[in-house]
Design a protein around this ligand. Structure first.
Ligand SMILES: Cc1ncc(COP(=O)(O)O)c(C=O)c1O
Length: 393
């Protein structure tokens, strides 16, 4: 069968990505997987068994339109207790990971040519969805306090002067992927004011809100600071419990929820992890915290030991990634093949940019390997970069 002429003419646009990211290697600094150590299969099995005994017959039908009600109520309670946001049960919808919620939102709002404002570097999955849709992505300067909202307002004003209004401000406001920074309380207030004044919704992605390791407590979510329904919120349980479970969610005004194409997770996953989280949420979060702390520290120590002073990197207080800057001229996109050859992979900076530029940056994630493997992997990566001439003065 020759399929080449049968595909729809509406296939999404191609977005370039380095082939090395798909390679099988031992030292994986390129994924945001859950830590394998925190998956207690006995406790997961108990939760699945008890959930099935209690409500397994409901699996005969499709999941409810917004997803499992118990799970949604757990999310409502969590947002109120931990993120300072009081929301209605009917504004919460379950999704196939945060990625599913984002895909529904992008699908409902973005036409070719629409402008989306996001951080200077941003999560490659959302960026890919936007580029596939041929959106115009504008990256806003971002520093240790998150997206620079003065620069954001300037950009919005300049666009308004040309008669253009962006479709959304997309921000990863907590332990940002890939830069690891958290949007400050002051800038959150400013971003909400910009959103309201210029009528541009904020899509607030807090997928890493449960991943504080140390440092200051997180400022409250913008979701709870906004009285005029201008914030659409996205988060996930995948990084906490296992990427394979595909359980995420969104919170949006009723009229938006009605427009979104449902991307519900399996009801079996929802009922199982509702059961598990109801019993073990806080102890699970603490286990993730201590596991990530040891891994982060191993990564930071190794960078200190093996990377020269011409490089700089973040010291994250949460999340699962370190953002590294190499000297100008280093090309981490091109060097990925040599790294893969040496059994290591990472994300070149360009995959987080619409223009695929800024490849003297790279993202190193630390959730997948053990602390000892992280030490070995970083020593190896440093050798690769030396051979590439990146560390020469
Ligand atoms: C900021 C952010 N949003 C969304 C996702 C997608 O997560 P999920 O596996 O829950 O779809 C990721 C995964 O890396 C992410 O980092």
């Amino acid at each position: 069968m020759d399929y080449s002429k049968l595909y729809t003419k509406n296939l999404p646009a191609d977005v370039s990505s380095p082939a090395g990211l798909r390679a099988q290697v031992k030292y994986i600094f390129s994924v945001t997987n859950a830590c394998p150590e925190v998956i207690d299969v006995e406790l997961y099995a108990d939760a699945a068994r008890d959930a099935l005994r209690r409500e397994g017959k409901s699996l005969a039908g499709y999941p409810p339109p917004l997803g499992h009600e118990g799970m949604r109520q757990l999310i409502v309670d969590n947002l109120s207790e931990k993120r300072g946001a009081d929301v209605d049960l009917d504004s919460v919808f379950l999704s196939e990971g945060a990625g599913g919620a984002i895909r529904s939102i992008v699908g409902a709002f973005i036409d070719p040519g629409d402008i989306v404002l996001q951080e200077e570097f941003s999560y490659l999955g959302t960026l890919r969805m936007l580029l596939e849709k041929r959106a115009e992505v504008i990256h806003i300067p971002t520093d240790d306090d998150g997206m620079d909202t003065d620069a954001l307002e300037k950009t919005v004003k300049a666009l308004a002067a040309q008669g253009k209004r962006p479709k959304m401000i997309y921000t990863i406001s907590v332990y940002q992927n890939p830069m690891g920074v958290t949007l400050s309380a002051e800038r959150r207030g400013h971003m909400v004011r910009i959103s309201q004044e210029y009528d541009i919704p904020i899509v607030e992605n807090e997928s890493y809100a449960d991943f504080r390791i140390d440092g200051d407590p997180l400022p409250p979510a913008m979701l709870g600071m906004d009285e005029s329904s201008s914030v659409i919120y996205v988060s996930s349980y995948t990084k906490l419990l296992g990427c394979g479970i595909r359980l995420g969610y969104g919170v949006a005004p009723q009229e938006v929820v009605e427009k979104l194409e449902p991307r519900r997770p399996s009801n079996l996953a929802s009922m199982t992890f509702y059961e598990y989280l109801s019993r073990h949420k806080e102890e699970h979060i603490e286990k993730v915290r201590t596991t990530l702390e040891a891994k982060r520290d191993a990564l930071l120590e190794s960078l200190e030991k093996h990377f020269p002073a011409s490089c700089s990197w973040t010291k994250p207080a949460g999340g699962m990634m370190v953002w590294v800057k190499l000297p100008e001229g280093a090309d981490t996109w091109k060097a990925l093949d040599a790294a893969v050859e040496a059994n290591v992979k990472y994300n070149p900076g360009g995959v987080f940019r619409a223009g695929r530029d800024c490849n003297n940056y790279l993202r190193l994630t630390y959730s997948h390997n053990t602390p000892d493997e992280i030490r070995e992997g970083i020593a190896t990566l440093s050798e690769v970069f030396q051979q590439q001439g990146f560390f020469e003065a």
